[in-house]
Design a protein. Structure first.
Length: 568
């Protein structure tokens, strides 16, 4: 049987001519026009008309006819064979399918019609391409999804239903849909969820932690933009708050202990017993330095946390608790994934990476606003809203072409880190002035956020064949480690001071010290005084250092001070 080789669609596609598909469409029109017509008769009519159309087009010498010409010839042939009602039904089906695409509106359930968006196949194609689907398969999958949307016959459709149909089409075409599945959790319910009510929470409390609490925030509170940022792993909202008062337990630096007060030995014993992972201590005066040095010299080695633990003593040279009555309440930090963001942006355009970094700061501010409004706080006249940076040194290593998971803090790396910090600081300052929100830049990111960001970015790197250590984590900010073997201890101290000026809560210098092994009070007092004279805002003491580390570091810092006499 002679039939055309192909068929040209209205959008320019060339597909194979299928007489069976054409006959089935004519049979559907016949059944719709005459309810008394048997299905066998409708199929026979459709097959005969489709065969006649194919033979006629082939005899005319048209190898690739247009779909509009085929439709017009089917209508003409039906009318000539006294099947006018079938021809009308066939024409109506064609017009209904094309006009439906113009009437379809895409919106979440409960959203007003005025806020709905028209159907746009290009957006679906772009989402397929962003999920890693090749161009031609993405176009075919988008067109197949559009056909299924038309078959539903609905003028209002939700993004979640489009997402489900798209995943079904990708799976049937043997295309890996994991990348596309991860790009949408569900539709946002933030417009339908009431604000936090303490009285109702007493009866039905929020989930304390885990996936249920995360789902509450991402699908019921935050907007789609913030949810997209979390899914893309550019920001982290961990740890998620289950009540407005959760912030007081995480921000221990607001409750730093004074060494000269009687509760210091109790706090120190709790820290040694593992009840406190981090103990904040004020040493902003000589008498506090002397008292803390005496207590550390008397600590027995048997009660000190092991070096493998994350326990630390954070010494505050510029304490935020000088006047606790005037200290505002703090919210949970929102953490920016500088490393993951720059890796994703640098693959496309490295010059736009810093622009994207500034935009993510605005997204973090939006996340703060949504959380404060849910808890019935004012984002403008409410609590302080901290923003942290994770993976700064990993991002610098990536931009310099060095090893991502083992960054080296060189002089060039510190200069580039200062640039990135300035970008974040300027963006945060602009938002603070424009919106009136009490946004603050803090130098230490939550451990839960740095671990979660690293874990998800590790899966991202696995796609490129790069395996990151699953036990590692992102750095929690621009803090630096001090080791006696470093030749640039002075430069690291200077960087800590210079970078700390851009932070409302400055980063820490980390030093591993022989807690429990050094009984010399003078050695502890000398190293604390040296860092105080150098202007270091915060010093983080970790157990596990050598016995001579205190004297070596103290001598190195004082040598650095002699080179800069203005500090004395």
């Amino acid at each position: 049987m002679m039939i055309p080789e192909a068929l040209k669609k209205h959008d320019g596609r060339v597909v194979a001519f299928d007489s069976l598909k054409l006959g089935a469409s004519i049979a559907r029109a016949a059944c719709a026009s005459d309810a008394c017509m048997p299905p066998e008769s409708a199929k026979r009519l459709g097959a005969e008309i489709a065969h006649a159309v194919g033979v006629f087009l082939s005899s005319e010498g048209v190898k690739v006819p247009a779909s509009a010409d085929v439709r017009a010839f089917v209508v003409k042939l039906l009318r000539e064979t006294t099947h006018g009602t079938v021809a009308d039904a066939y024409s109506d089906f064609g017009r209904a399918a094309s006009s439906l695409l113009w009437r379809i509106r895409v919106a979440d359930p409960g959203v007003p019609v005025i806020s709905a968006q028209p159907w746009d196949r290009r957006r679906l194609l772009e989402s397929f391409r962003a999920a890693g689907v090749a161009r031609d398969p993405a176009g075919e999958a988008a067109r197949e999804t559009e056909r299924r949307v038309v078959m539903l016959g609905q003028e209002r459709i939700s993004p979640a239903l489009i997402h489900a149909l798209s995943c079904l089409v990708l799976a049937q075409r043997a295309i890996d849909a994991r990348g596309y599945l991860a790009r949408r959790l569900a539709y946002s319910l933030s417009a339908h969820v009431p604000h936090y009510d303490p009285r109702s929470v007493e009866q039905v409390p929020l989930p304390p932690d885990g996936p249920a609490l995360e789902a509450l925030w991402l699908q019921s509170v935050h907007s789609s933009d913030v949810t997209r940022g979390v899914v893309d792993n550019t920001i982290s909202l961990e740890p998620y708050a289950s009540s407005p008062s959760d912030d007081l337990t995480a921000l221990g630096f607001l409750d730093a202990v004074d060494p000269v007060l009687p509760d210091m030995p109790v706090r120190l014993r709790e820290w040694c017993a593992g009840k406190r992972g981090q103990l904040f201590v004020r040493i902003d005066a000589p008498e506090r330095i002397t008292e803390l040095a005496r207590m550390l010299a008397l600590l027995p080695a048997s009660v000190i946390p092991p070096p493998s633990s994350t326990a630390s003593l954070t010494l505050l040279y510029k304490s935020a608790t000088a006047n606790r009555a005037r200290t505002p309440q703090r919210a949970w930090p929102v953490t920016i994934n500088a490393a993951g963001l720059l890796v994703r942006e640098a693959l496309r355009d490295r010059e736009r990476a810093t622009i994207r970094l500034a935009r993510i700061v605005a997204l973090a501010a939006q996340a703060h606003r949504e959380r404060e409004e849910y808890f019935n706080f004012s984002p403008v006249r409410g609590r302080q809203l901290p923003v942290a940076i994770a993976g700064l040194w990993n991002a610098v290593a990536w931009l310099q072409g060095e090893t991502f998971d083992a960054p080296r803090v060189t002089r060039a790396a510190r200069a580039l880190a200062e640039t990135l910090i300035t970008v974040v600081r300027n963006a945060l300052e602009t938002l603070r002035n424009e919106t009136g929100m009490e946004l603050t830049l803090i130098g230490t990111a939550p451990v839960a956020a740095t671990r979660g960001l690293w874990r998800r970015d590790r899966e991202f790197f696995l796609r490129d064949g790069i395996t990151l250590d699953p036990a590692a984590t992102y750095d929690g900010g621009p803090g630096l480690q001090l080791l006696p073997g470093y030749e640039d201890i002075g430069e690291r101290v200077e960087f800590s001071k210079k970078a700390g000026a851009n932070f409302d809560e400055p980063p820490t210098l980390t030093l591993k010290v022989p807690l429990g092994d050094e009984a010399d009070v003078a050695a502890w007092r000398d190293v604390f005084s040296a860092f105080s004279q150098a202007g270091v805002p915060r010093l983080d003491l970790m157990p596990g250092g050598g016995i001579r580390v205190l004297k070596t570091v103290s001598r190195a810092v004082r040598t650095h001070l002699q080179e800069y006499p203005l500090f004395q």
